[in-house]
Design a protein around this ligand. Structure first.
Ligand SMILES: Nc1ncnc2c1ncn2[C@@H]1O[C@H](COP(=O)(O)OP(=O)(O)O)[C@@H](O)[C@H]1O
Ligand SMILES: [Mg+2]
Length: 338
């Protein structure tokens, strides 16, 4: 659906040039919600703005739905761009126009008839839950309502792709979740491909199918959210998930206290329905070991439950080994820590 091939973007000229993207490749499939996460300055905004050529890459190709945008003359590019909607961190609404006029704006640009505009805007207002606010001005709306106008405006030209540049970064956590739910809803209803960039793992965890981690203008890791989230490989990814720092302080001390042949500390990862099962206690009862939970998370990735426990087993070395083998045989991921 979206192919970025060898994208390089330099800002500035010659010796003063800064590379915001360096030969970046990325492939995004139709209908998925694809997240790109990275620190400030990593190149996220540049990347997403290159997808609709708001920013022209210095080198490389941008393909959307089989069309190479980087090869199109301006007029045809304008046409293709209509298939790509975008929402922004600071909403970018017209402050002197009502909610209705903000949403109608892209339709008027393309000469749509008044009757068609009325019907379309009405539908969009219903979709984003703003029917009662149609005559208000942006200044009279909350942040979440403004972003709902942004979403409605982006959908006015029936795009195939929605680009979201830190669309929830200016919102409080509750409002963030309501906007994320709206995006998920739209993705499912219209099979819209959504690309979102963020610096918050929570956003990725809530609605994304796949994720890429951008660092220094390149992708350093990507994959299914569960795979990247539960088994991060790159240092930057680990930082975002906090999987290293979790082993600081009291937990570190508890792990360091695990010594001798009769105890072992392991990290057990559950995915899917196994998360809510009683496998751990059943296996421990069978092998006769005791266990203590040193740290634990049970949560969800999009709709998929997962759990990650750090557990200390106590028993004979044979019994502990048998326990680990049985847990693995039951389909749990077991990583020995100490
Ligand atoms: N218009 C610009 N002119 C010069 N440098 C820029 C411009 N836009 C971004 N940069 C630089 O490019 C790098 C990537 O920026 P950006 O894509 O905005 O990152 P992010 O969105 O991840 O914070 C940064 O070093 C930034 O300072
Ligand atoms: Mg940015």
């Amino acid at each position: 659906m979206i192919e970025l091939k060898g994208l390089t973007k330099l800002y500035g000229k010659d010796s003063k040039a800064v590379a915001a993207l360096s030969g970046l490749n990325l492939s995004i499939q139709k209908g998925e919600i694809f997240g790109v996460i990275g620190h400030s300055g990593a190149g996220k905004s540049t990347l997403i703005r290159c997808i609709n050529l708001l920013e022209r890459p210095t080198q490389g190709e941008v393909w959307v739905d089989g069309v190479e945008l980087t090869a199109l003359p301006q007029r045809q590019l304008q046409e293709q761009r209509r298939k790509i909607g975008m929402i922004f961190q600071h909403f970018n609404l017209l402050s002197s126009a009502t909610v209705y006029d903000n949403i109608a704006f892209p339709l008027r640009l393309t000469g749509t008839s008044k009757a068609k505009i009325e019907k379309k805007v009405k539908d969009l207002l219903a979709l984003v839950g703003l029917e009662e606010h149609r005559n208000k001005y942006p200044a009279q709306l909350s942040g979440g309502q403004k972003q709902r106008v942004g979403v409605a405006r982006a959908l006015a030209s029936d795009p195939d792709v929605l680009l979201c540049d830190e669309a929830t970064s200016a919102l409080d956590p509750q409002t963030t979740d309501s906007i994320l739910r709206l995006l998920l809803d739209i993705n499912r209803k219209f099979h819209l491909t959504i690309v979102l960039i963020t610096h918050e793992m929570h956003v990725i965890q809530s609605i994304c199918d796949r994720v890429a981690v951008i660092h220094g203008g390149g992708i350093v890791e990507q994959g299914n959210v569960a795979q990247v989230f539960l088994k991060p490989q790159h240092e930057v990814t680990k930082e975002f998930i906090g999987s290293e720092t979790q082993q600081d302080g009291p937990l570190r001390a508890a792990l360091d206290a695990v010594q001798g042949e009769y105890t072992q500390a392991v990290k057990i990862t559950f995915l899917g329905q196994k998360t809510y099962g009683s496998t751990l206690s059943q296996v421990a009862r069978g092998t006769g070991v005791n266990f203590a939970i040193l740290q634990g998370t049970i949560s969800t990735l999009k709709d998929v439950p997962y759990g990650q426990l750090i557990v200390r087993f106590e028993g004979s070395s044979q019994a502990v080994e048998a326990t680990l083998a049985e847990l693995a045989a039951q389909g749990l991921d077991v990583e020995v820590l100490v």
